[in-house]
Every structure is written in structure tokens, then in C-alpha cells.
Design a protein around this ligand. Structure first.
Ligand SMILES: C[S@@+](CC[C@H](N)C(=O)[O-])C[C@H]1O[C@@H](n2cnc3c(N)ncnc32)[C@H](O)[C@@H]1O
Length: 487
């Protein structure tokens, strides 16, 4: 049969799907201690073989290629009206996930095991009538989460196990399907509102309009609903599970840093990421800085999670308001993960200016976040710096990187903030005298490595030669309140 030109893209996509699946199988086989007992079945409630493991970059690349290719193939071959209608109802998945975590469906199903629980019994435990409860579960089961063992009998499966209330992923689902979801409901009217639409104020986001709340989300967490504030901290751990802790370690050569290197984990939450770094790199010292309430809770988190690091005095807990205060002076690295995406540009400039005041000439600022890519085939000025998907995918991998585009809209809706392109990171950093040193590939995210600009660091070096360390510190901290130390 002669080749039909219209099928060329389909054939290319199928070939990408085949090759990425082959890579995935090879990688799983080599990662498994015993490939013959490897269990990837969705019906299983055992931990996934890749949970909390280092995901090699070849495997990450294959995941992105597979996801991007499958979605692009569907978009090409399915009728467009069907695809769009289906997209427009995606929010019902979020609604049903919210029911699942709020009513603890996975927890209630756990004791029943694989034979499952009749919906009438689950109804008594949740207060939701059986028919409606089964319908919520059925939608989720069609997305792969929960199993209908027989009509109206429900059991957990590998995906629903992530919704158990002790799993940090369930806190993440709570955050996305509650605060972020509520914010999404008023996005359209907010964007076209003459005041809120162009606003870049933290407290003038879609979420504020939806909640009729004039403070910031952070005020809300601190003063109105601390339980949701703590859920945010939990959700951050869930977020790291999604993106894997290990990719942070693989994304930057922390293991190769010399003994005594100091890493300030700024806005580090409980310090779950720096704890992971501290455990893997016993030569490093961590300074964890976050808001007072979080720092107070972080101490017991470390005493439980990394008692040896606490005992060795390799972690310091210092409360800070990074908008008004300077972080710990003279650290080798200021590691800022998933913080600046919470803030509009002018606040990021404030935060980085405060960081700069603490830097010594050789300090680096490591911003660990998504780096946004264009949806264009033309990657613009970032060509060659960020890795590129194979044709015929978008250079960004399309659906293969969809998480960062969801997050970007989440940030816009909830706090008027954003995920940034590399050019945007560079432009903000330049405003405070920082320049790009390198972009490290950390899987779905990147570690964007900044250092002091040439003129800034030589000025500091000059100061170093002529003034005592005490004088330098006092110059740098002039008019800035000292952060409160919680020893
Ligand atoms: C999205 S979380 C990121 C946590 C952690 N870095 C991670 O990646 O998992 C943002 C963190 O910034 C902290 N934060 C918000 N406002 C702050 C402020 N003014 N001063 C210090 N920390 C702040 C929050 O408490 C929270 O822990």
C-alpha cells in the first residue's frame, strides 16, 4: 500500500511510543533486584517499584516522551469536539478526588483488602448515600484510581493508596482540589475584572475573590486556618514524592561539595528536602529558615526523621520573614526550592535582594523550580540550554510536562504568582545583581544556579581585603532586623 502522507505524524508518534516503552521496560528490569517478581499491576496495593527511588534521567525522558506522544496521538486521531468536551469536564475528576480525600475513602477501604467493601457499608462510614458514592468512585476508577471488584463493591488499588490520609500525596490532592480548585472557579471573571485582572498583588488573586478574603493566602494560613497551613507543609512533602527527592540530589552535585559547606534552605518548610540532602551528604551543614510556626514544627520533624543530623549539630533552625529579613550571613549556598513561584516579581526581587545582602563573594543561589518552556516549536533564546523533546512533539514535550503548566495557572489563581521561563528568572536576578552560572537538569524541574555578578563579587572581594569580617557583616545587614533564632 502506498504511504498516505497524513499518517506520517501518526507513524512517528507510534514509533516514539514503542521506543519509549522499550526504554521503560529495560530500565525497570535493570532497577529491579529480581525482575521476575517485579509487580507493576494497577490492582496491586504494594508500593510501586519506583517509589522514592532515584529515577534515572533516561527513564524520566521516556516517561515524558510516552506521555507527550500518547496525548498528541489522541489529539490527532480523535474528533476535536469530543476531545474538547472531555477536557472541559476534567474538573469533575478533581471534585471526585476531593470527595475521596475529604471522606477518607481509601482509609475506609483499607481493612477490607482486595475483596473490597460493599458500598452500603462505605456509605455508613462516610455519610454519603450509596448511589452517589459509587458514582464518585466509578469516575475515579475510570481514571485508574480505586477498583470496582464487582458491581458496587470497592477496593483500593495502587493509585488510590496514594490517597490514604497518612500519605503526603493526599495532602497535595487536598491542596489542589480545595484552595487551587476554588481559585479556578473565578479565574475567568477575575482576568477580565478591571481591577483584579491586571493586578500583581498577592492578595488580589482569583482565590481572594472566590473567598471574599482581602488578606494574602499566607495570612489566611497563619491567622484564619492554621490546619490548612499545616496541610500545605504536608503537601510540599507530597510534591517531592511526585517529583522524587532523588532528582534534587541528582540535579545538583551536592555529594561532591567539600566538608563544612553550608546550605541555607530558605523557605524550606519542615526541611524535608534539606533533610534528604543532609542524610545523603554527611559533609554538609544545613541552615533551615522559614516562618516561625513552621520552624517550630520543623524541629520535631528533624528529631524524628534525622536524629543523627540534629545530634551532630549539622542543622540549625532559624525563623525568618524573608520579605523583611536577611537570611543567615555568608552561607555557601542559598537553596530556594518552590518558593519564588509563590510570589509576584516585585516580591521575588525583595526576597533575592535580602539573599544578596547575606551572600559572600563565592556564594551561589540555587533556585529549584520548574523552568517554563514555550508551546512553540521555536524554543527562542533558550535553545540549547534546556533539553528538547524529539519531533514531532513540542520541544517542551507537550503533555509530558503538563504538571508545570497546571502549577503555573494554580500560582496565578491562588497568589497572583507564576512559574517562570529562564529569561524571566535571569531578568529578575539581574535586577538584584545576580547572574546565571548554569542550569542543572533535575528531571521535571531544573536547578537554576546564580552567582554574584562580576562587579558585585569583586566589590565584595575588595571589601573583604580592606575591612574586617565584622565590618563587612555590619555593612551588609545595616537597617535589616536580625532573624530570630530558635535554637
Ligand atoms: C511552597 S513552600 C516550599 C517549601 C519547600 N522549599 C519545598 O520545596 O518543599 C513555600 C514556603 O515558603 C514559606 N514562606 C512563605 N512566606 C514566608 C516568609 N515571609 N518568610 C519565610 N518563609 C516563608 C512557607 O512557610 C513555605 O514553607
Amino acid at each position: 500500500m502506498s504511504k498516505i502522507p497524513a499518517f506520517a505524524e501518526i507513524d512517528q508518534l507510534v514509533s516514539l511510543i514503542t521506543s519509549s516503552v522499550e526504554t521503560i521496560k529495560t530500565q525497570y528490569a535493570s532497577l529491579a533486584s529480581n525482575p521476575s517478581t517485579l509487580d507493576l499491576s494497577l490492582d496491586s496495593t504494594a508500593k510501586h517499584p519506583l517509589d522514592l527511588k532515584a529515577v534515572p534521567s533516561a527513564l524520566q525522558d521516556a516517561f515524558r516522551t510516552l506521555q507527550g506522544s500518547c496525548a498528541q496521538l489522541e489529539n490527532i486521531v480523535l474528533p476535536p469536539a469530543y476531545t474538547i468536551a472531555s477536557l472541559s469536564m476534567n474538573h469533575f475528576t478533581a471534585s471526585c478526588l476531593n470527595v475521596a480525600v475529604t471522606s477518607k475513602l481509601a482509609d475506609h477501604l483499607l481493612p477490607a483488602g482486595p475483596q473490597g467493601l460493599q458500598v452500603n457499608k462505605l456509605s455508613k462510614l462516610t455519610g454519603i448515600i450509596p448511589n452517589k458514592l459509587s458514582r464518585v468512585l466509578r469516575l475515579l476508577a475510570h481514571k485508574g484510581c480505586f477498583k470496582e471488584v464487582e458491581p458496587d463493591v470497592w477496593a483500593n488499588n495502587r493509585l488510590s493508596m496514594e490517597l490514604l490520609s497518612q500519605q503526603p500525596t493526599s495532602a497535595l490532592v487536598g491542596l489542589f482540589t480545595d484552595e487551587a480548585y476554588v481559585a479556578g472557579t473565578t479565574l475567568s471573571s477575575t482576568l477580565t475584572d478591571s481591577h483584579y485582572g491586571p493586578s500583581v498583588q498577592l492578595n488580589e488573586a482569583s482565590w481572594n475573590r472566590a473567598m471574599n478574603f482581602t488578606g494574602t493566602l499566607w495570612d489566611f494560613y497563619q491567622n484564619v486556618d492554621p490546619a490548612r497551613g499545616l496541610r500545605l507543609a504536608e503537601a510540599q512533602i507530597g510534591y517531592c514524592h511526585v517529583l522524587t527527592f532523588e532528582s534534587v540530589l541528582h540535579g545538583y552535585p551536592f555529594k561532591d561539595l567539600p566538608t563544612g559547606t553550608t546550605i541555607c534552605d530558605l523557605g524550606g518548610g519542615f526541611g524535608h528536602v534539606s533533610m534528604h540532602i543532609a542524610k545523603a551528604c554527611p559533609q554538609l551543614r544545613i541552615i533551615l529558615q522559614d516562618q516561625p510556626g513552621t520552624i517550630a514544627a520543623a524541629k520535631s520533624y528533624w528529631e524524628k526523621g534525622a536524629p543523627e543530623v540534629v545530634r551532630e549539630g549539622r542543622v540549625e533552625f532559624i525563623a525568618i520573614d524573608f520579605i523583611t529579613q536577611v537570611p543567615k550571613q555568608g552561607c555557601d549556598y542559598y537553596f530556594i526550592k518552590n518558593v519564588v513561584h509563590d510570589w509576584p516579581d516585585h516580591d521575588v526581587v525583595t526576597i533575592l535582594s535580602n539573599v544578596k545582602k547575606a551572600m559572600k563573594p563565592t556564594s551561589h543561589v540555587l533556585i529549584h523550580e520548574f523552568v517554563m518552556r514555550y508551546a512553540s516549536k521555536d524554543p527562542g533564546s533558550e535553545d540549547g540550554i534546556l533539553n528538547k523533546a524529539p519531533e514531532p512533539l513540542l520541544p517542551s514535550y507537550g503533555e509530558g510536562r503538563i504538571l508545570q503548566y497546571y502549577l503555573d495557572i494554580g500560582m496565578m489563581s491562588v497568589v497572583n504568582a507564576k512559574e517562570r521561563t529562564l529569561s524571566e528568572f535571569k531578568a529578575i536576578a539581574a535586577q538584584v545583581g545576580l547572574e546565571l552560572d548554569k542550569v542543572w537538569d533535575s528531571g521535571l524541574m531544573n536547578t537554576v544556579d546564580f552567582k554574584l555578578g562580576e562587579s558585585q563579587s569583586s566589590a565584595l572581594l575588595g571589601n573583604h581585603k580592606t575591612s574586617s569580617k565584622t565590618q563587612l557583616t555590619s555593612v551588609l545587614t545595616a537597617a535589616v532586623p536580625e532573624p530570630k533564632t530558635h535554637a
